[in-house]
Every structure is written in C-alpha cells, then in structure tokens.
Design a protein around this ligand. Sequence first.
Ligand code: SAH
Length: 338
Amino acid sequence: MDKVDILSLTRQELLDNVLAIGEKKFRADQIFDWLHVKKVTEFSQMTNLSAQLREKLERNFCLKSLKIKKRLVSCIDNTVKYLYTMPDDERVETVLMEYKHGNSICISTQVGCKMGCKFCASTKAGFVRNLAPSEMLLQIYESERDSGRKINHIVLMGIGEPLDNYDNVIQFLNIISEKEDMSLRHVSVSTCGLVPRIYDLATLKLGITLSVSLHAPTNELRSSVMPVNDRYPIEELMTACKHYFEVTGRRISYEFALIDGVNDTRESADALISLLRGQNCHVNLIPVNEIKEGAFKRSASVEKYRKMLEEGGLNATVRRTLGADISAACGQLRRDNN
Ligand code: SAH
C-alpha cells in the first residue's frame, strides 16, 4: 500500500490518520506544527516526538520534498525564479516577487498543461501530471526557506490550469485556510475559463480572488489564441463570471495579455468595453511575454489601451513587469531544462 502523503492532509485528516495509528489527539497538533509552521523536511527533525513515534510516522507516511534545480535572481528587483525538481524527477517553476505590500509567490499546479494557449510556453510540450496539494505547498515552503523571505500573497498562475486539477487545488486551499500565517484573501486563482468548474468554485464561497484569462473580447479572436474558447465560448464564460460574483461577492479580475496587432487595437478595446460594461470587475493588462515558439510580439500600446478602457468606464491597470532580466516566459525555464 502507498504511504499517505502527509503534507497533503488537512488538520482533520491528519488527526484521523494519527488516531488510526493508535496515537493521541495532541500528537496531531504537534505534527501539524512541525509540518506547516516549522516546516521540517524530515520526520527525524520532529524532536518532541519519541524515536519510536517518528519511526511509526516514517512507516505510515511519506514527507515529500523539492530540490532546487535552478535559481535565477533578478539584479533589477530581486525577483527569484526557481526550477524545482520533484521526487519523480519532474520539474515545475515558481516565481517569488517583491511588492510594496510584501512578497508574492506564483506557483505551478500541474506539470505541463493541456489547454494549448498559443502564446504560452507551459503548454507547448503537453501535459504530464497533476501536482499534489503537498507539491503546491512545498513550492511556498522551499522558496521561503531558500530566500529567507516571508510570503504574504499566493497566486496560482504558474505552469498548469488550476481548475483542471480541481480537487487537489481545493485541498491545497483548504490547508492554506487552516494556517494562521496565511489567508485566502491573499490568494488568487487563475483560470483560462473552465466554465463548469467556475460554478463549482462559486458554491464554496472562498475568499480568494478569481482571475480569468480573457485575452480577447470576441469569440473569433479568442478561439484563434485559446482553444478552450471552442469548448466554453465567451457568452458562457461571462454568464459564469457574473454568477460567481453574485454568489461570492468577489469581483473577477480579467487577465488581458496585449499582443501587437492582435488584440491591442481600438476595435478590440471597444469590444472589450461593451463586453464588460456594468460588471463589477477589474482588467489586468499584461504586456505579452514573447516565447520562442510564438509569433506574438509585445504590444507597444499598453498604456494607450489602458486609457481607452478607462475612458470606456472600465477599471484597468497594467501589471508591473518584474524580473525583466530573468524574464523567461512562464514555462520556458522548464522547457529549456528537460
Ligand atoms: N492556466 C491558468 C493559469 C496559468 S497561466 C490560466 O490560463 O489562467 C497565468 C497567466 O499567464 C494567464 O493569464 C495566461 O494566459 C498568462 N500567460 C501565459 N503565457 C503568457 C505570455 N507569454 N505572456 C503573457 N501572459 C501569459
């Protein structure tokens, strides 16, 4: 029988497992503290447990860890990009960014991605596997340990489509919500628009921010860069997003990567304004990161586009470019090191 992945358990599940091996309730609290507060990497470091109990844990559970394969540090703004190797030798990327309000970490949720967005490096070599909740948490714990920085914000915007790994992402969020040093108010989950999962997520009424990767205001344009739009066209996506806001009271943040000559035109801005007018939402404009395989060029009219949206009554900001000197686009580092 496979050993239980102990870092993927919620507090209650850990308690159930500890009782099942014949230990007392308070042991579960001690172990949770070692795992999620002190963040040890081996059972042998749990020094207030007897050697006998540590051996018992060793027999029943596995405690995963990640290894740093590569670390790139920006000379401009201290952004750190990690390439982590997991126990099965698969790799994912994690990015640590400094903002005025604290440190933010961008984590991966899958090895590779099935979604096929034309501008994204993460999906070019296809999908390998989902990440376990523990592997999402470990990206945070290892980055904190390595950098010595305390992380305040978590964004699920690295490699993978979070809502395509729905159960593990929800389990990860449940564990985060139990930790005293973190809050779901400081977590963003980004999706390319898996409509049924947006409805599922709404029912949970979590305090997270939902970011939706829109990138185009019409079906024709969106389908040409995001194949997922053929499955869930813009009208269905908008209905789901409005429902999400009504149920949770949390406004949606729309991601919009500006590509030269593709979606940075006056017509595009007008179409986006009429699409989103009246919605309580926010538009996050991103100058597209150019990737090796893509023919897409970064738009030169980002600020102009933002003004057009603002004049049309939309709430829009431009995402600051961080780590420009290590700016391998999302998924590029993993691609180059396989
Ligand atoms: N699969 C999820 C989350 C991962 S991608 C999603 O689609 O939202 C995180 C964000 O980066 C998404 O908005 C995605 O569309 C965007 N992105 C991917 N490649 C990019 C690139 N080359 N330049 C700018 N943004 C990119």
